[in-house]
Ligand binder design. Sequence first.
Ligand code: PLP
Length: 369
Amino acid sequence: MIPVNEPLLNGNEKKYLMECIDTGWISSEGPFVRSFEEMVASYVGLQHGIAVCNGTVALEVAMSAIDLKPGEEVIMPAFTIISCALAVIRRGGVPVLVDVEADTWCMDINQVKDKITKKTKAIMPVHMYGHPVDMDPIIYLAEKYGLYIIEDAAEVHGAEYKGRKCGGIGHINCFSFYANKIITTGEGGMVVTNDNRLSERARLHRNLCFKEGRRFYHEELGGNYRITNLQAAVGTAQMERIDEFVGIKRRNGASYNKHLTDIKWIQKPVEKKWAKNVYWMYGIVISETTGFTAESFARQLSEKEIATRPYFLGMHEQPALCKMGFFSNESYPVTERISKQGLYLPSGLTLSERDIQKVAAAIKEIMPK
Ligand SMILES: Cc1ncc(COP(=O)(O)O)c(C=O)c1O
């Protein structure tokens, strides 16, 4: 089976992990946590990094940092992972959806303005599968209406918008380092910001809101969202190679583009002229005229020993959220279509050119002639 992803851990990961074990620094107090935070923050051009135990809680910590209050709204794409909506709902906030663009699969910035109300507190652009959101119109609206921008950069380590690193543009931004991410710590996440106050609040909320100077006294409710020195050791080793990893992803993306070029039944990822796409996962959307859905197509590929993963299901189609009364009678046609027809192909850092050729040949064989 060609797997969808496999992490590449053959740099200094083992050496740094041994250092943790030899010195006994295995908790969140160890020195790799700071080095990892500094590496990620400075990579995206920001001052503060606050490492946490996964990308989902990074979003929750960001919401706590901006002090999202019950009833306040956050505008986000319908097409994303549930973590985005969850972070808002956990604080009693309201996720407000817009559809995504048919070509980039990122938040449709033309729909954002109409969703701004007196209760809007933030806009959450989610960079999708390696491609950045068009940020300038979001920056314009955020400045005009006094809103926070919270980038979800979980899928775009190294991607750029007009020469700026994704995850370095919003007021407070989030990364995931899950095992399928370009930089991984197994499980892990980070909040990054340039704002001293937001950084302080994020640190507080990561660590149970322990008050400085009076340890077991809490003025707010936080969580234990800390990352371990072991995870940060792996992250430090991974960050040493980020340029190499981004290069591999882009090379794989270009290779898929080349080998899939003459198949008219699939929509391939784009790279807008203002964007650097890192092809975190190489996604495709299959034309309905083939008679395939993503699910039936994935089954055919699986028979040929090629693993895939389906696209996200829209937030407005999530039973758990609908049961809570969110999004009733809302429809987001692009999200609905790509949820049914989209899937992503093997995209890991260990993928070979031969693997890509095998995947492309299998797709050609399955498709109608
Ligand atoms: C866009 C996006 N945001 C947030 C997350 C959540 O990250 P984690 O799995 O580390 O909780 C993910 C997924 O992994 C993601 O793809």
